[in-house]
Design a protein around this ligand. Structure first.
Ligand SMILES: *Cc1c(COP(=O)(O)O)cnc(C)c1O
Length: 380
């Protein structure tokens, strides 16, 4: 399979995000085919991409929603996700955000600290409700991914550390407006070494037994998200290996009879269906470097500048002989660089450039820096 831009988009003003909804549908079909036999509940992490046409497809395939802000809870409700399929995580939930989610009667709060549980208890009491909570634990499992997207180590701000867990569980006795329904963990993103999920399962098994010893039966376990995708060669693997991913939990997680296992996937669902399409403004050659200067920059896709991430980049207009280019944007920052020394067919002003695998953490992180206009999103 090779990438092709639908012909009618050749005249679309650049830069723009192009979303391949057929690929999104195929991905969702494959995801649910892998999840449903094991009775896994899949929640889509809205923060990866919250465009309404994308959410509509995701909802149509029967996924729930994983939110990390009040705005995302509201967006999930607008997109038609049922409140009892919405979960809400985040280390810094504000009172207003908690109240909004309580009023909507969402399925579960993934709570990350004792002070948060106290506020949640108080606000739930104020609304005359009991909030369902899962304790987000920090299992101290190394996700073997980029340090900026690792979240499950002791040094990270997320979750309740194992040393603090006993105290947190004790504190629940004095928080009558909370109902403990599960354990939650999310250890990082772009995880490609699947054995990490076996280690996570082992930690959760231990904690589950320990909680049962204290009289807490858990109807739910939530193992978070983080499944990685193939950024190097998206055409070789447009759809992640969901069967292998769920297989890790089927094999390693000690599920109790009737217990529901929830996952929260973002990147693996939407990354490959999105492409940032740009045009070359200038080719600038110095003695050392040949720059291809694009009309898209870190304002449209910040991942390379923020994490040093790799995206596969293609020149859709040229068949020329391959030359190395530093591919940069127009923004007044030296980190506004998509790639260095990338081989492209000989490139000239006006050539169309595709920056692949940009559907997750792309458009959602765009900014108006340099007073840039927001790039359009087109769906085919
Ligand atoms: C970001 C996030 C996810 C999704 O992560 P992906 O790597 O995109 O799958 C899931 N759960 C929580 C709590 C998150 O913050």
């Amino acid at each position: 399979m090779t990438f092709q831009l639908p012909g009618q988009l050749a005249t679309q003003p650049t830069p723009f995000y192009y979303y391949d909804l057929a690929l999104l549908d195929q991905t969702l079909t494959a995801l649910q085919a892998a999840a449903q036999p094991g009775n896994f509940q899949v929640h889509y992490a809205l923060k990866a991409n919250f465009n309404l046409p994308i959410l509509a497809r995701i909802k149509a395939h029967g996924l729930g929603a994983d939110c990390v802000s009040g705005g995302e809870v509201q967006r999930a409700l607008e997109a038609g996700f049922a409140p009892d399929h919405i979960v809400f995580a985040g280390v810094g939930k504000s009172d207003a955000e908690i109240n909004l989610a309580l009023a909507a009667d969402i399925f579960c709060f993934n709570a990350e600290s004792v002070p948060e549980l106290q506020v949640l208890n108080e606000l739930a009491g104020g609304q005359g409700r009991r909030a369902r909570v899962a304790l987000r634990i920090n299992p101290n499992v190394d996700a073997h991914t980029h340090p900026h997207i690792t979240t499950g180590l002791d040094a990270n701000k997320f979750g309740i550390s194992l040393q603090d867990l006993a105290g947190v569980v004790d504190s629940l006795d004095s928080l009558p407006h909370l109902e403990l329904v599960g354990l939650h963990a999310h250890i990082g993103s772009q995880i490609t070494e699947l054995h990490v999920f076996a280690e996570l399962s082992a930690k959760l098994n231990e904690l589950q037994s320990w909680l049962e010893g204290r009289g807490h039966q858990l109807p739910h376990l939530n193992v978070g998200g983080g499944l990685g995708i193939n950024y190097q060669d998206p055409d070789a693997q447009p759809i992640p290996d969901f069967a292998a991913y769920f297989g890790m939990f089927t094999q390693h997680l000690a599920r109790r009879p009737g217990q529901q296992v929830h996952v929260e996937l973002g990147r693996a669902v939407v990354a490959q269906c999105g492409t940032l399409v740009s045009r070359v403004l200038y080719v600038k050659e110095s003695q050392q470097v040949r720059f291809a200067i694009l009309d898209a920059g870190m304002t449209e896709l910040i991942r390379p500048a923020l994490y040093g991430s790799h995206h596969h980049i293609q020149n859709l207009s040229s068949q020329g002989v391959a030359l190395p280019y530093d591919i940069v944007g127009p923004i007044c920052e030296s980190s506004d660089t998509f790639a260095k020394g990338t081989l492209l067919p000989e490139t000239k002003r006006g050539d169309l450039i595709a920056i692949r695998s940009a559907g997750a953490y792309g458009e959602v992180m765009s900014s108006g820096y340099n007073l840039r206009e927001k790039a359009a999103a087109v769906y085919q």
